[in-house]
Write a protein that binds this ligand. Structure first.
Ligand code: PBG
Length: 311
């Protein structure tokens, strides 16, 4: 009876698996703060994406961990850069059977860890950064990304990327905007996963959103859609279910939510201690994110949830 009347169904079709690929390693490396998540080598990444494909997971989101970082993050658009090389190999291995999404930002590639060019005043220079994102978008599309996903929260980034993709004959590549991305404490484990620390103990409060603000998120999403975003995202997820629900009510484009590294780490830490039932909690969390209105969920749980759903 409960199955019959359930208003929300969590399905494998809802899942996007975030994956990390690190340059210059032969074997995958564990990430201490993200149990069961690894920094992949190029070959283990291909094996993992083939496994996810076989489980029916429709999409992955790729993050690169380069050997070389500089002030501009130039490995983000180097055709030989780790994400570009990985995209080419994945496209060769799985073709169009898995949607290959590429996180588009420079924080994994800059030596100061910020999402853009840092000016003399120590602040990120919004407008100067847009050109870097344009280069990265074109490089990712040329390497085989099906979708580019700008996560830097620079104003005007979607319009800039759309123009650059169109000029480079990539007009069919959609943009998934990390539109309402909060300056959250829940990204901590992610920064271990991508070997990032922000210079001088800094933070991203000058470009990511204040958790106190909800109406502002609607404004950010409205801008992104007006600039050409094909899909939008709210991030993190559980502490922002009100934002997901409000975005669902107001906008008709596909809506993603990111169940981020800290949300996963908290769940795993409690489960490993036997303080909560990890599997039941995972399903409760993801079902709630869907109930709030998300069409798709980026989650480090994607592989294990897909396995359970497959029975
Ligand atoms: C930026 C980016 C971040 C995450 C995804 N893209 C980090 C940040 O904004 O500080 C965090 C994802 C997570 O915590 O799981 N490239």
């Amino acid at each position: 009876m409960r199955r019959l009347v359930a208003e929300t169904q969590l399905s494998v079709n809802d899942l996007i698996a975030p994956l990390f690929v690190k340059e210059g390693i032969e074997e995958p490396l564990p990430i201490v703060s993200l149990p069961d998540v690894v920094q992949h080598s190029r070959s283990s990444l291909v094996t993992e994406v083939e496994r996810l494909r076989d489980l029916g997971v429709p999409a992955v989101m790729l993050f690169g961990v380069p050997l070389r970082k500089d002030s501009m993050g130039s490995e983000a658009w180097n055709p030989e850069g780790i994400v570009q090389v990985a995209l080419e190999e994945l496209r060769g291995a799985v073709g169009d059977d898995v949607v290959l999404m590429a996180d588009l930002c420079v924080d994994e590639y800059t030596d100061h860890g910020h999402c853009g060019i840092v000016g003399d005043d120590g602040d990120v220079d919004n407008d100067a950064t847009l050109e870097l994102y344009q280069r990265a978008a074109v490089a990712q599309a040329a390497a085989g990304a099906h979708v580019v996903a700008p996560s830097g929260m620079m104003d005007g980034q979607v319009a800039a990327i759309r123009a650059a993709l169109d000029d480079a004959s990539h007009s069919t590549i959609p943009i998934l905007g990390y539109s309402a991305k909060y300056a959250s404490a829940e990204y901590g484990p992610f920064r271990d996963a991508v070997d990032v620390s922000i210079a001088g103990g800094g933070d991203r409060k000058s470009y990511q959103q204040d958790p106190a603000n909800a109406r502002e998120a609607m404004e950010e999403i409205r801008f992104d859609i007006a600039e050409g975003a094909d899909m939008i995202m709210v991030k993190p997820a559980l502490a922002y279910l009100d934002i997901i629900a409000a975005a669902r009510a107001e906008f008709d484009v596909p809506l993603a939510a990111y169940h981020v590294s800290g949300e996963y780490a908290m769940l795993k830490a409690a489960a490993v201690n036997g303080w909560i039932d990890g599997e039941a909690t995972a399903f409760e969390h993801l079902t709630s994110i869907k109930r709030a209105g998300a069409d798709m969920i980026l989650t480090y749980l994607a592989g294990e949830v897909a396995e359970i759903l497959a029975g």
